[in-house]
Design a protein around this ligand. Structure first.
Ligand code: MN
Length: 239
């Protein structure tokens, strides 16, 4: 459709850089997996039963690029980081068998599922949707996507987050309760996956709060680093 046919300027499409090229990965939807590492399930007060994975979404325009400074969000006093492996989808599918799931993956990256924990917990206790705790502006900083041709498929390796140089999360992707192919198989029972979808695959233990001026650095083996700073005022914007 011609741009001049819209009554207002159309919103920009979310994207992520791709390593090794000047082309970018257009982002359609952001799916997130909850409770996918036993030690994190325990720290959140849950048990370690292998319940089916839980899914939620963030809006595509909550993406923040690597190297950005983001503001401390409104309506919270307990703003948390959750470092996660990101899977980028290149091929549509529904009811995808586990054995075929890897064929749908374009590449992998590093993401932060930033969370207004106080809101999430309050809503959860009341049996209400988590949305305001998870799906808010600038809540999804992500690093560049690394194509499978460059890094292969990622199923284990160090996942580590520091805040101002202090190690806060330090685990291994091999400890995921639901592995990436199982996540894709399960998610595609609920939603038809489409090219441009990304999936944040859950966070290991060690989640905690950040405050203005903190610098977060996430690292996953083979996927480089993701660096985000929390600004010292509520007025600064992402890049
Ligand atoms: Mn998460």
């Amino acid at each position: 459709m011609d741009v001049s046919s819209y009554v207002i300027a159309p919103p920009a499409r979310a994207f992520l850089p791709v390593t090794g090229t000047s082309q970018t990965f257009p982002v359609r939807r952001i799916y997130c997996v909850g409770r996918n590492y036993v030690a994190h399930v325990r720290e959140m007060g849950g048990d370690e039963s292998r319940d089916p994975p839980i899914f939620f979404q963030k809006p595509a325009d909550s993406i923040v690029q690597d190297g950005s400074t983001i503001s401390y969000p409104p309506m919270t006093s307990n703003y948390h980081y959750e470092l996660e492996l990101v899977v980028a989808i290149k091929e549509a599918g529904r009811n995808i068998p586990v054995a075929n799931a890897l064929e749908h993956i374009y590449g992998y990256g590093i993401g932060l599922d930033m969370t207004r924990r106080d809101i999430q917990m309050d809503l959860g206790k009341s049996g209400l949707p988590w949305e305001a705790g998870k799906a808010f502006d600038h809540s999804c900083p992500c690093g560049p996507i690394h194509p499978v041709e460059q890094v292969g498929h990622i199923s284990e390796g160090s996942i580590r987050l520091t805040v101002d140089g202090e190690v806060k999360q330090d685990s291994n992707l091999g400890l995921m309760i639901w592995k990436v192919p199982e996540i894709i198989a399960n998610l595609s029972k609920y939603f038809t996956l489409q090219p441009g979808d990304i999936i944040l695959t859950g966070t290991p233990a060690g989640v905690g709060p950040v405050v203005p001026r903190n610098e977060l650095v996430g690292t996953i083996d083979k996927l480089g680093t993701l660096r985000v700073q929390i600004s010292d005022s509520e007025t600064s914007q992402r890049q």
